[in-house]
Design a protein around this ligand. Structure first.
Ligand code: SF4
Length: 446
């Protein structure tokens, strides 16, 4: 990694090599940025989404803090935020997936001190997979292993061509690896989905299954893995695909040297939810009787995997964790934020780097609008606009250093391009935490 600067009379140009893109869970860390007068003008190797992330980046103008919509000093904001959280009986803490691990760690501490309900955006994407990991476990590998070894690559309910544009080229299909020296030619790509997505064009075998029948399709494969005889008519009626094609796929899966299945929200957020994820993880485990086979969720937000890791190592659970009794309790559906808000339970909130006012169900939005909450975001959003205390923060990865986790749980350092006039979310959270501790009378040594 290197940073080079060239200065002319009125123009400063900086090159940041191997910067990290945090727009999606691929977290590509090979992007060369050209920075001119605190504006990114080039992002080499970034995909179309990454380019938009870097090149459209604007530092928000205006104050770093607003209280009830009015400009305020950061100190006033920290004080008010701590008072709101300490005065609440059922505070919620939500978001975290577009923030550094260092900031996430502080946020979880705040949640712990005030007995909050801690939840991340995982609860609205791969939460069912988080539940399935606890039930079934996960046979896993890094994306580096996939690039070097994977010869049968499956995607289930996932459309990386649109959601993770460099997934195929950097990690899963195209790279020439140690044991797949001819890259794409050494691999078979299988895509299972309910519709022909853009990714389907990349498939050697495409399985268009009936909508909401992922569970039945996965159990068909589990049965075939065990050599159980199935009724062809029943299989085709239930899954929409002939039994002979499933058998052919199972033969290929058993014959593969290193099989991989990436799965997305097309699996986790359809009928069956965590049962679907469990079925897929169990199938992967079954396949290891015959060959090496692994499964990985394709994660969306840049550091949602970090949020899972940090919340899990601090509390024992990935998301939906309640601290009201002084110890963590996990119960998705009860302690997930859309639910606590929709039922009108929360009486204060700390929302970090997410915009529930734009994407939560209406009852949850109505209740959030009725309670005092603190919001941290680099941009003004409907959530920051309705917040009692809104902090405009620097953008992680572009303005602040730190650590994020790639979707395969590999930690990646950030290499910021230029400073922001706004504080980082870690700075804001640390200041709030110190005031919370004071109000709660917690010694600095604890
Ligand atoms: S694939 Fe994802 S992380 Fe990589 S450059 Fe594109 S948006 Fe950024």
């Amino acid at each position: 990694m290197a940073t080079a600067s060239t200065e002319t009379a009125d123009n400063q140009i900086k090159i940041i090599e191997d910067a990290t893109c945090t727009f999606c869970g691929c977290v590509c860390d090979d992007i060369d940025l050209k920075v001119e007068n605190n504006h990114i003008t080039e992002a080499k190797r970034a995909c179309v989404l990454g380019k938009a992330w870097f090149l459209n980046h604007q530092v928000e103008e205006g104050p770093s803090c607003r209280i009830d919509g009015q400009p305020a000093s950061l100190e006033e904001g920290y004080d008010r935020a701590a008072q709101i959280l300490c005065g609440a009986r059922y505070p919620i803490l939500y978001g975290l997936s577009d923030s550094t691990c260092e900031a996430q760690r502080v946020a979880v501490s705040i949640g712990d001190w005030v007995g909050a309900n801690i939840d991340t955006t995982t609860s609205v994407c791969h939460g069912p997979s988080g539940m399935a990991f606890q039930g079934v476990g996960e046979v896993t590998a890094t994306l580096g292993e996939v690039a070097n070894r994977g010869d049968l690559i499956m995607f289930w309910g996932s459309n990386p061509a649109e959601s993770h544009p460099r997934h195929f080229t950097k990690y899963s299909l195209m790279p020439k690896g140690l044991f797949v020296p001819n890259g794409r030619k050494d691999r078979t790509c299988v895509i299972v989905d309910v519709r022909k997505t853009k990714s389907a064009k990349a498939a050697d075998l495409f399985f268009q299954i009936r909508p909401r029948k992922d569970f039945e399709a996965l159990w068909t494969l589990r049965a075939l893995a065990k050599g159980i005889e199935l009724d062809p008519q029943l299989v085709e009626r239930e899954t929409g695909v002939e039994l002979s094609r499933w058998q052919d796929l199972m033969d290929r899966m058993k014959a593969a040297k290193f099989g991989v299945v990436f799965f997305g929200m097309g699996l986790t957020m359809t009928r069956g939810k965590h049962c679907n994820s469990e079925a897929l993880l169990a199938l992967t485990r079954d396949m290891n009787r015959y060959t090496r086979f692994i499964a990985k969720p394709n994660r969306g937000h840049g550091n949602v995997t970090g949020a899972d890791n940090v919340v899990a190592w601090r509390t024992g659970y990935q998301f939906g964790v309640n601290h009201a009794r002084g110890y963590p309790r996990f119960n998705p559906g009860e302690y997930t934020t859309a639910d606590t808000l929709s039922r009108g339970e929360a009486d204060a909130g700390l929302i970090i780097a997410t915009d529930p006012m734009s994407n939560f169900p209406q009852p949850a939005r109505d209740h959030l609008a009725s309670i005092p909450y603190i919001a941290l975001d680099p941009k003004e959003t409907p959530t920051t606009r309705a917040a009692a205390v809104a902090f405009t923060v620097a953008t992680y990865g572009i303005n602040t250093p730190g650590t994020v986790y790639r979707m395969d749980d590999v930690p990646i350092p950030l290499r910021p391009a230029f400073d922001s006039p706004h504080p980082s979310d870690e700075t804001v959270l640390r200041a709030i935490e110190s005031r919370v501790r004071k109000l709660k009378g917690i010694s600095p040594d604890v």
